[in-house]
Ligand binder design. Structure first.
Ligand SMILES: [Zn+2]
Length: 474
């Protein structure tokens, strides 16, 4: 559904409002924590030129100026900004913690309706009941112009969201999911709306997938992420709208998996420990293994392996989650049981495999009387920094500067956890962090910087338009 754009004077009003409210935004955002992010005022936008601006640029190059079509996109975003904030408020006021299946579905219905108005075919990808997850929103718009784009968002929030509704304070607003990532979802929708209203969505091929369980994916992951991976296989680039900042995006994210170590040893009287007959017990062997892992592998770039839980003794019981253990033992009993578990994070899947092989090798040098078993469970694959991802960053950086926003660099892959974009990384080049800037993510104080919603949408709209003109597989 098209509605008329605002009169041209809206731009002037916007400009004044922007500058007035920016000071407040800075005052809120520049609190103690060191972070690069506040939403800057765009500097004088580059003049509109009729020239095509599709070529990827590096940060050192002068940004390609906004074309007339791109300036129209920017203006369309600004004209719909208030509507977008209202949409975000409605979304945040629907509690949608991962386990609130009805709430997740309602947020999906809200965003699905917006996308349907933009000409998307919208469906709900359900999951088997055994996963106890709501499912995902999938919306497609078919075309033949430019690369097939996959846009990634999520509908669920970390907290259940009760009593964490929308509270706006000037240029910031609080609420569950306000920045992670209903704000990113709305920035995506606002960008698509601007493309639609300026006639530039026509012919583009876009699949939107908003997952319903990003914060706590259902298991097995192969089923929980089937719809997302399936969409990736039919796409040429992936754009993810998790939280961003003015100056940083992610083109690499570490993968994550878990491990569990079980050690068995002979039980006996403590007085005989270290003797040939009694052996060393399970605890010394377990501790030896953990310590050798640390000595051999700690400090390797991009690799971390945390020991999250340890228990040893005469008897150890893990509960069904694997996150809680009870242990019992006596001073005079050589312990027969030791259990430890933790995670393993890595830059590339090859690094994961190498680390696992080295961890296993340590088990072979067992202390007398003990044997150990090590199991791994796959989680998120690594999103490696590839040349194609760097090209996406170059186009995005040029887009940001053409709009008068700062240059954009990538965050170190080590600095971010894994996200939904990680699941599609094996199939398609991707870039993440195109969403809004906020604070207190994964805390009850979560908030969003509202000017960043406008910035995110302006950049996403022009970015997609540039990709549609100039992106080629290499
Ligand atoms: Zn998120």
């Amino acid at each position: 559904m098209r509605t008329p754009r605002r009169p041209a004077t809206a731009g002037a009003t916007w400009s004044t409002t922007w500058r007035t409210t920016l000071a407040a935004a800075l005052a809120v955002s520049c609190a103690p924590a060191a972070r690069p992010a506040t939403t800057p005022t765009p500097t004088t936008p580059a003049p509109a030129t009729p020239s095509a601006t599709s070529a990827p640029r590096t940060s050192s190059a002068a940004p390609a100026a906004l074309s007339a079509d791109e300036a129209r996109l920017r203006d369309a975003v600004r004209a719909r900004y208030d509507d977008a904030v209202a949409l975000l408020a409605r979304a945040v006021d629907i509690p949608s913690g991962t386990h609130n299946l009805a709430g997740v579905r309602r947020v999906g219905d809200l965003f699905g309706e917006e996308l349907r108005r933009l000409g998307f075919d919208v469906r709900w990808a359900s999951l088997p009941d055994s996963l106890r997850r709501a499912g995902h929103l999938v919306a497609e718009r078919r075309g033949t112009r430019g690369p097939r784009m996959l846009l990634i968002g999520h509908l669920d929030t970390v907290f259940e969201g009760e009593n964490q509704g929308w509270v706006r304070t000037d240029t910031t607003a609080r609420g569950a999911g306000s920045s992670d990532m209903k704000g990113g979802d709305v920035a995506m929708i606002l960008a698509l709306r601007a493309l639609h209203e300026t006639g530039q969505l026509e012919g583009m091929s876009i699949t939107v997938v908003m997952t319903g369980d990003e914060e706590l994916p259902g298991r097995p992951l192969s089923i929980a992420r089937a719809a997302l991976i399936d969409a990736a296989k039919r796409s040429d680039v992936a754009l993810a709208f998790e939280g961003g900042s003015a100056t940083r995006v992610a083109i690499g994210r570490r993968g994550a998996s878990t491990w569990t170590l079980n050690v068995r040893a002979r039980q006996g009287h403590s007085s005989g420990i270290f003797s040939a007959g009694a052996g060393y017990g399970a605890t010394y062997e377990g501790v030896r293994i953990l310590d050798e892992w640390r000595r051999a592998m700690a400090g390797e770039r991009g690799l971390t392996f945390n020991v999250g839980l340890v228990a040893g003794g005469e008897r150890v019981q893990l509960d069904s989650t694997g996150n809680s253990a009870t242990a019992s033992g006596k001073d005079n009993i050589i312990p027969p049981t030791f259990v430890a578990s933790g995670d393993l994070r890595f830059l590339r899947d090859a690094q994961r495999d190498s680390a696992r092989a080295r961890m296993r090798a340590v088990l072979a040098r067992a202390l007398p009387g003990a044997t150990a078993e090590l199991t791994f469970e796959d989680g998120y694959p690594a999103m490696a920094v590839t040349p194609a991802n760097e090209r996406l960053l170059a186009v995005f950086d040029g887009t940001s500067r053409a709009l008068g926003y700062p240059a954009v660099e990538s965050t170190a892959p080590e600095s971010r956890g894994a996200g939904d974009v990680s699941f599609v990384a094996p199939y398609v080049p991707g870039i993440d962090g195109l969403g809004v800037d906020g604070r207190g993510s994964h805390s009850p104080q979560e908030s969003v910087s509202l000017p960043s919603l406008r910035m995110a949408a302006e950049r996403a709209a022009v970015f997609m338009a540039r990709l549609a003109r100039g992106w080629t597989r290499q």
